[in-house]
Write a protein that binds this ligand. Structure first.
Ligand SMILES: NC(=O)c1ccc[n+]([C@@H]2O[C@H](COP(=O)([O-])OP(=O)(O)OC[C@H]3O[C@@H](n4cnc5c(N)ncnc54)[C@H](O)[C@@H]3O)[C@@H](O)[C@H]2O)c1
Ligand SMILES: O=C(O)C[C@H](O)C(=O)O
Ligand SMILES: [Mn+2]
Length: 543
């Protein structure tokens, strides 16, 4: 079917706007549908950036950028490429959190997402087909939005996290935006504000759990694999009771990963390795306190556990390095209501003379003297000055990562951690943090966000046509970022800066693809891994 001018100009994958040349305008039937002047993509980008800058708030800026994204993907990513550090917190975390909260009120465009309803499993295949059109989908990000960042259940509004994660994939690693598909699984919502809101765009009923829910997940995976057999399936922001269960079901069968469990585990281990590079300490000498033993917290614990075992510790020895703290306090083997993941990281009461007192973070820190403290609790301000000072009194370079997102939920601010520890803390935060000037040194704060890892990981898996993602590949990826930061410099960050996101995502993709090929886990034959990664890369220029 030949495309009319209207179809071309309204297709964000084809549209070039004023950059269509005179020859293209003639060939495509666009004559007279655009103003006379033909612009370059750089001229368009300059004009768009000026408009962006005129927007008064971060949310307004995001809305402007999303409109551009809706109209012209190439121009959007060209512009993002030029301003990646500035745009990351606008298109992604933390501003994506505001847009999710207001999604139903701000809705203008479905952004090529697929909307699956728990009430219409018979439509799943048609839904994916319709949303994909004739595009060759290689990467799917799916969310059911039960645990959006640390903000809980946001129903269909959560589709914005799938869209946002995919935007970062393209900006960071260069996946072709025409080859991706964001998916919302609308299983209902327990968010009363949404249910009471007549403008809420999702299913107006309580969240469905159990057999009916899992049947929908199974049908979704089956249809997704049937329609897009070459694709990687990325799970995002599922609730604590489903995330690990779904991952365990599929991780050995298809190319898939859970970003909150594995992506977060990777970025935290990479950050710890970066911190130990600075302190010149050994990972085997560390005591890890995980505050908030949920999806992310236990994903982190498992990735560190794997590293300790690779460093030569037995499973039993390695587990002794962990202290998991949740609402109940330090988790013991007899603590009620443990999740399956938590029960792998419990301690024995008999090992503590004050076991019954270990019900809050302050007492646990005082008792166990952790050297590494990770926050994935969604509880703002819980890494207090007293707790941090207590920790710092027993370890020279405390490693402290308050990772809860968005901004308002962080366990501590980077600036406070540096000050409270007299510049000794090695810090990473979930959202971007400004440099901290303290006592004549400028401290760079690493962004401990899975966005540093999942684009390179996912891209490497897609480029290498991976059948599955295993521990070997995850471990290789965790070690791939070493050497990018100059750790001899005072105030060095534990992770590389977002300004180098495209550079290290490529490195990560190559390491991941190499690991896949070395293990013979590629579906298609690959003779040159670097070439395969380079061939897959899309660049935001008009073709
Ligand atoms: N920086 C990153 O890359 C990254 C990645 C994933 C998740 N996160 C953040 O981590 C947080 C948790 O996400 P999740 O997916 O693991 O959610 P989750 O709901 O699975 O886990 C949160 C855990 O915190 C526990 N918790 C709640 N209140 C607590 C309290 N007062 N004391 C101790 N524990 C408490 C909960 O019981 C739960 O086990 C979110 O804010 C999310 O944004 C950050
Ligand atoms: O989305 C983010 O910013 C990171 C992470 O996946 C989260 O859920 O907080
Ligand atoms: Mn997430």
């Amino acid at each position: 079917m030949t495309q009319t001018a209207d179809m071309i100009l309204n297709n964000p994958f084809l549209n070039k706007g004023t950059a269509f040349t005179q020859a293209e305008r003639r060939d495509l039937g666009l004559v007279g549908t655009l103003p006379a002047q033909v612009q370059t993509i750089d001229e368009q980008a300059t004009q768009a950036y000026a408009q962006y800058q005129s927007k008064p708030s971060d949310l307004e800026k995001r809305i402007f950028l999303m409109n551009l994204f809706n109209e012209n993907r190439t121009l959007f990513f060209h512009l993002m490429d030029e301003h990646v550090v500035e745009f990351m917190p606008i298109v992604y975390d933390p501003t994506v959190a505001d847009s999710i909260e207001q999604y139903s009120h701000l809705f203008t465009d479905p952004q090529n997402a697929a909307f699956i309803s728990v009430d219409a499993p018979e439509d799943i295949e048609a839904t994916l087909k319709n949303a994909a059109g004739d595009r060759d989908i290689r990467l799917v990000v799916v969310t059911d939005a039960e645990g959006i960042l640390g903000m809980g259940d946001w129903g269909v509004n959560g589709v914005d996290i799938a869209v946002g994660k995919l935007m970062v994939y393209t900006a960071a690693a260069g996946i072709d935006p025409a080859q991706v598909l964001p998916v919302s699984i609308d299983a209902g919502t327990n968010n009363q504000t949404l249910l009471n809101d007549p403008l809420y765009l999702g299913n107006h009923h309580e969240r469905v759990y159990g057999d009916k829910y899992h049947a929908v997940i199974d049908q979704f995976v089956a249809a997704e694999q049937k329609l897009f057999p070459e694709s990687l399936l990325h799970w995002e922001d599922f609730g604590r009771s489903n995330a690990q269960v779904i991952l365990d079901k599929y991780k050995d069968k298809i190319a898939t990963f859970n970003d909150d469990i594995q992506g977060t585990g990777m970025v935290v281990l990479a950050g710890i390795l970066g911190a130990l590079n600075i302190s010149k300490e050994n990972i085997k000498d560390q005591k890890f306190l995980i505050f908030g033993a949920g999806t992310a917290g236990m994903g982190i614990a498992n990735q560190i556990l794997d590293e300790l075992k690779r460093a030569g510790l037995s499973e039993e020895e390695a587990r002794q390095h962990f202290y998991a703290v949740d609402k109940q306090g330090l988790l013991f083997s007899d603590t009620p209501d443990l999740t399956a993941a938590q029960s792998e990281f419990t301690r024995e009461r008999a090992d503590f003379s004050n076991a019954s007192d270990l019900t809050n973070l302050a007492v646990v820190v005082k008792t166990v003297h952790p050297t590494v403290m990770i926050g994935t609790s969604t509880q703002p301000g819980t890494f207090t000055e007293a707790i941090v000072k207590d920790m710092a009194a027993h370890t020279e370079r405390p490693i402290i990562f308050p990772l809860s997102n968005p901004t308002k939920l962080a366990e501590a601010k980077a600036e406070d951690l540096i000050k409270w520890t007299d510049g000794q803390a090695l810090v990473a935060t979930g959202i971007p943090a400004a440099d901290v000037d303290y006592n004549g040194t400028t401290y760079h704060i690493g962004q401990g966000n899975n966005a540093l890892m999942y684009p390179g990981l996912g891209f490497g898996l897609v480029a290498s046509t991976a059948k599955v993602l295993n521990g070997e590949t995850l471990s290789a990826a965790c070690h791939a970022l070493g050497g990018i930061v100059d750790t001899s410099e005072a105030g060095a960050a534990v992770l590389p800066p977002v300004s180098k996101l495209t550079e290290f995502s490529q490195k990560l993709a190559e390491v991941v693809a190499q690991s896949v090929v070395d293990q013979g886990l590629n579906k298609e034959p690959i003779s040159d891994v670097k070439q395969a990664v380079a061939d897959m890369k899309w660049v935001p220029e008009y073709k």
